[in-house]
Design a protein. Structure first.
Ligand code: DNO
Length: 358
């Protein structure tokens, strides 16, 4: 397991590289050129700047999260080919600096979504929270109206750039079924996976968060069955998944350890975090400790260990503790604690294995 840590870049993150350096066992940063809109080619000189900075602190930049997919590709519009060509150029540029994994998602319009960024837990810490009824009862057109009336209106996880086009997107997606989205994903993968293969890069799709349809938009990266289908769309080691335990874990039907076992050789990147799921479908992100949430973190790490996992892993989100002022979900302290918990499980498993072989 190669431990990595997401870093949003200088001036864009409260966490610094020297701080990350002091978390045991972190070997690389997970990064992106966050200022570039989806669809643009990532210029080599900008990528090299990141590498130089990471080098100064002894980190590699082998994992990128995310190179976002232009909406026209997801919608299957005729203009998609130009954006797919740009994507290929970006893959080539990333290959030149030694990037090994590109995490991306195929969620229409929104990425992850929550209703509260700072919901208080029993111990006074705060964390990202999802109130199911609040999202379920929101009418997309009412949303468009709210945004028109108040340009500052937003919800946690929403990108302002995309919100501006919300009404156009909702209109366009009315015609797109889940099967259409599958076809559009296949079209995209058939073109880019050969380029990823040549450049020794693994594409790793991130599951939908939460893993169900919101606002009537189709969502397909939601379950074991659908991940199985994705992997078959283009049967190549370069077509893989970012197995995110927190995203998939809010559907109690998703058995994460089982997914790790089934997809082991197609998981180049693991996001490991815990959530507590409530009976009404609400959920809150908790510490990594298994006892704090509903996700079987020990079972997941054990499954990775048993399958000789050599991919990259990151603690994904954390709570906000000790009054840390940080990007929601991306503080230093709780993610560092999460890493130590993951290493604790991993190292004990290693130790038991050695004792058995002695
Ligand atoms: C949330 C992240 C996601 C992820 C993207 C990948 O914190 O796990 O935003 O980076 O879905 O494209």
């Amino acid at each position: 397991m190669k431990m990595v840590f997401r870093w949003y870049g200088e001036g864009n993150d409260t966490v610094t590289l020297p701080q990350i350096k002091q978390i045991p066992g972190v070997e690389g940063i997970v990064w992106a050129l966050h200022d570039l809109p989806a669809g643009e080619v990532w210029p080599l000189d900008r990528i090299l700047e990141v590498r130089q900075l990471a080098d100064q602190h002894g980190f590699h930049i082998e994992v990128v999260e995310s190179v976002n997919i232009h909406e026209d590709i997801k919608l299957g519009l005729p203009t998609r080919d130009g954006y797919i060509d740009n994507y290929k150029k970006t893959i080539e540029n990333l290959g030149k600096v030694g990037v090994k994994v590109i995490c991306y998602n195929f969620m229409p319009v929104f990425d992850w979504i929550r209703t509260d960024l700072f919901k208080e837990l029993e111990d006074g810490s705060t964390a990202l929270f999802y109130e199911k009824v609040k999202v379920d009862s929101m009418d997309p057109m009412e949303l468009v109206g709210k945004i028109a009336a108040n340009p500052d209106f937003t919800m946690p996880g929403w990108e302002p750039a995309r919100l501006k086009h919300l009404s156009r997107f909702f209109e366009a997606y009315k015609q797109v079924t889940e099967e259409d989205l599958w076809n559009n994903l296949q079209y995209f993968l058939e073109q880019i996976i050969p380029v990823a293969e040549i450049n020794d890069i693994k594409m790793a799709v991130h599951p939908d968060d939460p893993p169900w349809s919101i606002f009537g938009l189709p969502r397909i990266m939601t379950s074991q069955e659908n991940i199985r289908r994705l992997l078959k769309l283009v049967d190549s080691p370069s077509n893989g998944v970012t197995l995110c335990s927190g995203s998939l874990g809010v559907n109690p039907n998703n058995n994460l350890p089982d997914m790790v076992r089934e997809f082991a050789d197609r998981i180049p990147f693991a996001h490991i975090r815990n959530v507590r799921l409530y009976e009404n479908g609400d959920f809150i992100e908790t510490s990594h400790r298994a006892a704090d949430g509903t996700v079987d973190i020990c079972g997941i790490v054990k499954a990775y260990h048993e399958n000789g996992f050599t991919g990259y892993a990151r603690p994904d989100h954390g709570r906000h503790i000790w009054n840390e002022q940080c990007r929601p979900g991306y503080g230093l302290y709780d993610r560092a604690l999460g890493i130590m918990y993951l290493w604790g499980i991993w190292d004990s498993l290693e130790r038991s294995k050695q004792e058995v072989t002695l």
